[in-house]
Every structure is written in structure tokens, then in C-alpha cells.
Write a protein that binds this ligand. Structure first.
Ligand code: ADP
Ligand code: ADP
Ligand code: ZN
Length: 209
């Protein structure tokens, strides 16, 4: 099962990718998480990515595609994957197809700009396992600690109003066309992202199965 999750920053891709990954027994691959891991390790790729990410811009396709293709060439992806945050441009989608990685379904999670702003403004992420929380909609059981692994929660530097606005702009101009790319191939399913986390998850699994 090769799945792609599409949607604006804050739509709930990371949250739902965890559910889909568990349901289908395939790994959750998030390019944002891969870049952040590289930053923590201080790699050259991490440094390069940081200069784009802190401005709310996309990391160049060439670098991103190379990193993603390397990741999905590993043995744990032999039976498929859930991609979260990739492809973010039509050129990235074409690179995936050219590699023979024909995806089964692209799931578009739709939410209004107002709701996206609310979600990103209150998002907290686990430093260890990257699980997203929300201070109102999905708080952790113990304040500041991850339910899953006990890791410390933090707010991303790019989840500030100015950076959020830039990311949404970039999303509408560069990533929204990817929705049409998969629609034209009859692979797109759309899910209403403005329901409870559980309801979105159920609708998604029903739409993909
Ligand atoms: P969000 O969860 O808010 O959608 P991500 O964690 O997916 O954000 O991505 C954070 C940042 O990492 C993006 O703003 C961008 O700079 C970079 N990034 C992630 N995925 C890609 C990609 N496929 N292409 C280019 N840049 C990316
Ligand atoms: P993305 O990966 O698309 O950027 P996330 O999964 O990180 O989005 O979710 C963004 C924020 O919104 C997080 O704080 C998350 O806890 C919260 N969130 C996710 N899904 C929902 C939902 N259905 N209702 C309310 N809040 C949600
Ligand atoms: Zn954790």
C-alpha cells in the first residue's frame, strides 16, 4: 500500500499518518521530520534545509527528492509507505513516478485557513517521536510530556504567525497543483479534515480501503 497524504500545513497529515501507518502496517515517512532529524544531527543536509525551513520556503526539489528516494529504497518500505509532506510540488510527484513508485491513493485532507491557523498556533511536537499534540484539541495527559514515549514537547520555530502565513502562500502556489496531478490520474480521495481526529481517521480508512 503506497499512500500519499496531501493538505495544507496544519490539516492533520502527521496526526492521521500515524493512524494509517498502524492500520496498513507500513512506515510513516515525513520529509519535514527527516529534515528536522538532519538538523538535530548537524548534517550538511540539515544545515541547508534549515535555511529554507526557517523562512517558510520549500527545500529545493533536487535535495528533497534525493533524500526521500533514499529513504523509501530501504527494506522497511518494500510493502509500501504513508508519505506525509511529500510530494509538495508537481516536479516531486513526477520524480516519484519516474522512479517506478506508482502510488495507490492520494488522500487530500481539507480544512479552512482559519482552522489551519488555530491548529498550527497551538501545536506542540514530541522531540523524540515527533507525535503532534494540540493545547486545546489534543492535549497530552501530562503537560509538556509525550503520551507515547515520555519525550519533551516543544513548539516549532516555524509555527509562528509570520512563518505560517508564508507556508500557506507557498502551499497554495506550489503544492495545491499536486492535488490536480493525482485527480487527473483518478487516484485522489478527499476527506473532510474539520471533524474530530477519530472521525477524520475513520473517513480516511474507509476512503482508502
Ligand atoms: P507541516 O507539518 O507544517 O506541513 P512539515 O513538517 O511537513 O510541515 O515541513 C516543514 C518544512 O520542511 C516545510 O515548510 C519545508 O520548508 C520543508 N519541507 C518538508 N517537506 C518538503 C518537501 N517535500 N519539499 C520541500 N520542502 C519540504
Ligand atoms: P500537518 O502534519 O498536516 O501539518 P498535524 O497533524 O501536525 O498537521 O496537526 C496540526 C495540529 O492540529 C496539531 O496540533 C494537531 O494536534 C491538531 N489536529 C490534527 N487533527 C486535528 C483535528 N481533526 N481536530 C483538531 N485538531 C487537530
Ligand atoms: Zn514521543
Amino acid at each position: 500500500m503506497r499512500l500519499v497524504l496531501l493538505g495544507a500545513p496544519g490539516a492533520g497529515k502527521g496526526t492521521q499518518a500515524a493512524t494509517l501507518s498502524k492500520h496498513f502496517g507500513v512506515p510513516h515517512i515525513a520529509t519535514g521530520d527527516l529534515f528536522r532529524a538532519n538538523q538535530q544531527e548537524g548534517t550538511e543536509l540539515g544545515l541547508l534545509a534549515k535555511s529554507y525551513m526557517e523562512r517558510g520556503l520549500l527545500v529545493p526539489d533536487e535535495v528533497t527528492v534525493r533524500m526521500l528516494l533514499e529513504r523509501i529504497s530501504r527494506s522497511d518500505c518494500a510493502r509500501g509507505y504513508v508519505l506525509d509532506g511529500f510530494p509538495r510540488t508537481v516536479s516531486q510527484a513526477e520524480a516519484l513516478a519516474k522512479q517506478g513508485q506508482s502510488i495507490d491513493r492520494a488522500v487530500y485532507v481539507n480544512a479552512s485557513t482559519e482552522e489551519l491557523m488555530r491548529r498550527l498556533g497551538g501545536r506542540w511536537i514530541c522531540r523524540q517521536c515527533q507525535t503532534p499534540y494540540h493545547e486545546v484539541a489534543s492535549p497530552p495527559k501530562v503537560a509538556g510530556r509525550c503520551d507515547r514515549c515520555g519525550g519533551e514537547l516543544y513548539q516549532r520555530a516555524d509555527d509562528q504567525p509570520e512563518s505560517i502565513r508564508k507556508r500557506l502562500e507557498v502551499y497554495f502556489s506550489e503544492t495545491a497543483p499536486v492535488i490536480d496531478y493525482y485527480r487527473a490520474q483518478d487516484k485522489l480521495v478527499e476527506v473532510n479534515g474539520e471533524q474530530s481526529i477519530e472521525e477524520v481517521g475513520k473517513e480516511m480508512i474507509a476512503a482508502v480501503a
